[in-house]
Design a protein around this ligand. Structure first.
Ligand code: DGY
Length: 269
């Protein structure tokens, strides 16, 4: 029995995730606080796979602590800015590590736009809300045109070096005074001081933010003084249905990766 047990892959999950995804594995057993870094660095030693959430920085230190057994990384998030892609790339060459993430699958054509998963879901919700948006296939426009034409500007992109602070003074100054800015992606895509300026000066009509820098945003932050800004503590995916589906997908991705089979959602490095 001991021999069989030790030949099973070892997996560590960094958060209490819904049972749909967690009942096969060992996991950090508090839902209140993220696993402390020190404990995480201990727990990942020698694991074959890691299922994390966005509070864990997957960087050189963590990958070194895990060691060469680590073959699969699955994150229960669509965002992947907590993963050091450079470090993963380096190691995938040297140690067969197969990094994967849930839900990253933007594909783009030239004459039609294929939205990523998040863009599609946003469109679906807008279209069921009435006749606000009937757009299905759009066209690429410059940021200037996007800013000046939109009544609602919703940001759903990943945070990468290219998108950091992409929503800044320049963008807000081109938006209509009646426009609403919505960010459900990552706080880092917005230059928050510029957004504060745009909102307090009436340059734009309002903003809805699910994500900020830092998270949670201290209640003393100037954005909280504005009555045209609604701020949530990064809970856009916090419904039972969504989190259950995310955890099952992350777990299945991880199991497929461990078996060396194609994953449902995989981030190509
Ligand atoms: C994601 O999936 O990246 C969300 O931001 C976390 O719920």
């Amino acid at each position: 029995v001991q021999r069989e047990m030790s030949s099973l892959p070892r997996v560590y999950i960094t958060r209490q995730i819904p049972p749909e995804g967690s009942h096969f594995f060992d996991l950090w057993d508090s839902d209140d606080v993220p696993v402390p870094r020190k404990e995480l660095l201990q727990k990942v030693k020698g694991v074959d796979a890691l299922l994390c959430v966005l509070t864990e920085k997957i960087d050189a230190e963590l990958l070194d602590a895990a060691g060469p057994n680590l073959r699969v990384l699955s994150t229960m998030s669509v965002g992947f800015d907590h993963l050091s892609l450079e470090e993963l790339k380096k190691r995938s060459v040297t140690s067969d590590l197969l990094p994967l993430v849930y839900g990253v699958n933007g594909e783009y054509g030239t004459t039609e736009i294929w939205y990523g998963d998040m863009g599609n879901m946003v469109l679906l919700r807008y279209s069921v809300m009435g006749n606000m948006v009937t757009l299905r296939y759009g066209k690429y426009v410059s940021m200037d045109e996007l800013a000046s034409q939109s009544d609602f500007l919703t940001v759903c992109c990943a945070l990468t070096p290219e998108t950091k602070d992409i929503c800044n003074k320049d963008l807000f100054s081109k938006m209509k005074k009646t426009s609403i800015f919505i960010n459900t992606s990552r706080g880092g895509v917005v230059h928050q001081e510029d957004l504060y300026e745009a909102l307090s000066s009436g340059q734009i009509a309002g903003a809805g933010l699910d994500v900020t820098v830092p998270e949670p945003l201290p209640t003393s932050h100037p954005l909280f003084t504005l009555n045209n800004c609604v701020i949530l503590p990064h809970i856009a995916s916090a419904s039972y249905t969504t989190r259950n589906a995310m955890s099952a997908l992350a777990a299945n991705n991880l199991l497929l990766g461990l078996k060396g089979q194609p994953m449902i959602k995989e981030l190509k490095l």
